[in-house]
Design a protein around this ligand. Structure first.
Ligand SMILES: Cc1ncc(COP(=O)(O)O)c(C=O)c1O
Length: 614
């Protein structure tokens, strides 16, 4: 079937960048040695007068950053070793995120936080313009249409996807993008002999990817490790004969292989090369790839994903609120050469159809058909004014045009504050190794570790952005080695102003691999009425059923990390009880600012205590 033949070429593998080497600072209060709590809580960790100086410096730097971005991205002024942005992160935090002064926010994988300038500029655009429904033809509608078109292109460029080779379909979130792909495959599969498609997914998949298997009539396979994926890619035909793989795609059958660029549970990053290997495999010509970049895109540039259209995923999903904090919007990035397969879906809505007959016969004409014609052979065909793009065929109903407007502002503000996603990657990599090392160093008086960190490579990936994002999954153990319920940890942390997430983290395969569960134990947990949210049963027979997750974002600071470490120390080591004593967070209106790097480590610890323990 012509529609399922893809262009194949050998993927050009990029040389890997050298891993980031970080000189860890003197680790504060190692091995449970905690200085005494300060008697008076500090309102702000910033010396008087410094804010004014920083403000001044910030506006100068902001101007510099803007013009730098416009003019010359290569010329980056010398920055201190631990500064990755042109505007110091404490200044960014102070000026742009005053709403983060209520605690230590460590749930960036849930959502990161929006900058003040983004809300201001969005509000300004809304206040000063008249935007209509882009489906109409009047002036205000045209204005919205123009916004949608320009932001679509801006978003593609931000993600590093060349609009010549990729289209961007606006969706509500990553899950909606995944479901759009899944529904299209189910519709097309009805035309196959088996009336189904094969679906292969990695065990680290988010629940939203796992759900696709329910549309396959049982033809799905969960790859339980990277090694298993590699073996399959090395020799898919051989594996097809292996009884373990008898759910493999049939030679001519329609298939979809999905995996996350980064585990939403552990932050582990998975190989990006698999998508190119599927495309270049003769045996997998009808198997398409879906890369879930919801977690990866938060703190990593995606230009490596899209650099080579021949090896890029066919479909990639992102959730923009995880990158910018706002708007609540997502995208499905479609490789144009593969997009035709989605336009064969059955459903149509307002916006995706050009003619519909309701009375005296039921027929309709989809924009999808024209979109397919428009890109016949992967080359844009000129059909005059009635040609459509892939997104025209997939965006049902009125687009969230106000959110799309906000996305354009979000991208501009992001560039101004952070310069690039590469800078954010370096910044968050440096913070995550700090967090990891400090958590590893926390021990009870008898030498037992406080934190059981879940990492497939014993933490060696921390510091290497190819292998690890800025997320740590862990459980806490008391001095006798018993697990402390994760729900208690989240609750106590929350009461002390440290915001983390706990539970099954929507990563069923990842969680139960990390916890070394066997299938019967999962059944037992289910029959005991355990659920995977924070209200589940944290421990069954002394073993955890979930984890605590701490995740960092672009504007996280060393003070956030140190404050969280200080909270763990004070609550679970100094109090030294498996039933930790709750410490009220007395100073809720503190500001997480610590620009004076000359202060001693001891001062830092005190400062962190002021933040966490009141
Ligand atoms: C890796 C991954 N995939 C998918 C999702 C689902 O994203 P959304 O809820 O925005 O659809 C998430 C959300 O945390 C995620 O981290």
């Amino acid at each position: 079937m012509a529609a399922t033949i893809k262009s194949a070429s050998s993927p050009a593998l990029e040389p890997l960048p050298p891993p980031l080497t970080l000189v860890p600072e003197t680790v504060i209060a190692m091995n449970g040695t905690v200085p005494s709590r300060p008697s008076t809580p500090r309102r702000s960790l910033v010396p008087r007068g410094l804010i004014t100086r920083l403000r001044h410096r910030s506006s100068t730097l902001k101007a510099a950053a803007t013009s730098h971005h416009k003019e010359n991205r290569e010329e980056i002024p010398d920055l201190p070793d631990d500064e990755f942005y042109q505007i110091p992160v404490y200044t960014i935090r102070e000026l742009e995120y005053p709403h983060m002064g209520q605690g230590v926010y460590l749930d960036h994988s849930g959502t990161t936080i929006y900058a003040k300038s983004l809300i201001d500029s969005f509000a300004e655009r809304m206040r000063t313009n008249l935007y209509g429904n882009p489906h109409s033809a009047n002036g205000p509608a045209e204005k919205s249409g123009h916004v949608v078109d320009s932001v679509r292109e801006k978003a593609l460029r931000f993600l590093g996807a060349d609009p010549k080779h990729f289209d961007l379909v606006f969706v509500a979130n990553s899950t909606a993008g995944i479901k759009l792909v899944a529904d299209s495959f189910r519709d097309l599969a009805e035309k196959t002999r088996s009336r189904s498609f094969w679906y292969g997914y990695h065990k680290d998949c988010h629940t939203s990817l796992v759900g696709v298997r329910e549309l396959t009539n049982g033809q799905s396979h969960c790859f339980e490790s990277d090694v298993e994926v590699e073996q399959w890619l090395d020799n898919p035909e051989l594996h097809g004969e292996d009884r373990r793989y008898d759910l493999n795609p049939r030679p001519q059958g329609l298939g979809l292989f999905a995996y996350p660029g980064q585990s939403n549970m552990s932050g582990r990053r998975l190989p990006l090369s698999w998508t190119g290997r599927v495309r270049s495999s003769a045996a997998l010509q009808n198997t398409y790839t879906l890369l879930d970049c919801a977690a990866l895109a938060m703190t990593s540039p995606l230009h490596k994903v899209f650099k080579d259209p021949d090896s890029a995923p066919d479909f990639t999903c992102v959730s923009f609120y995880k990158i910018f904090g706002f708007p609540d919007l997502g995208a499905l990035i479609v490789r144009k050469d593969s997009g035709h397969i989605l336009t064969l879906r059955k459903y149509f809505g307002g916006g995706t159809v050009t003619m519909v007959s309701v009375l005296g016969g039921t027929w309709h004409k989809l924009k999808g058909r024209d979109a397919t014609d428009s890109f016949a052979g992967g080359i844009r065909q000129d059909h005059g004014e009635h040609s459509y793009e892939i997104h025209d065929a997939l965006e049902d109903g009125t687009l969230p045009f106000h959110s799309i407007l906000a996305l354009g502002e979000a991208i501009d503000v992001h560039y101004k504050l952070y310069g690039s996603m590469d800078n954010i990657s370096r910044h968050t990599t440096s913070l995550s190794i700090r967090l990891y090392q400090k958590m590893r160093s926390l021990t009870h008086a008898n030498g037992r570790h406080l934190c059981h960190i879940y990492s497939e490579d014993d933490g060696n990936g921390f510091g290497d952005p190819r292998r690890q994002g800025a997320t740590i999954a862990f459980n806490l153990l008391d001095s006798k080695g018993y697990y402390i319920p994760y729900s208690d940890v989240e609750k106590i942390a929350n009461e002390n102003g440290c915001y983390v997430r706990s539970g099954g983290i929507c990563c069923p395969g990842g969680i139960f691999t990390a916890l070394e569960y066997e299938p019967w134990q999962l059944q037992r947990a289910f029959s005991a009425h355990h659920t995977c949210g924070p209200d589940g049963i944290s421990l069954i027979q002394q073993l955890p059923t979930g984890v605590v997750r701490a995740s960092l974002g672009a504007m996280s600071t060393k003070t956030d990390v140190d404050a969280f470490i200080s909270f763990l120390q004070w609550t679970f080591l100094v109090q030294g009880s498996s039933k930790p004593i709750q410490l009220p967070f007395a100073e809720r209106d503190y500001q997480v600012t610590n620009p004076d790097r000359r202060q001693s480590d001891a001062t830092l610890v005190c400062a962190a205590h002021a933040v966490t323990c009141g």
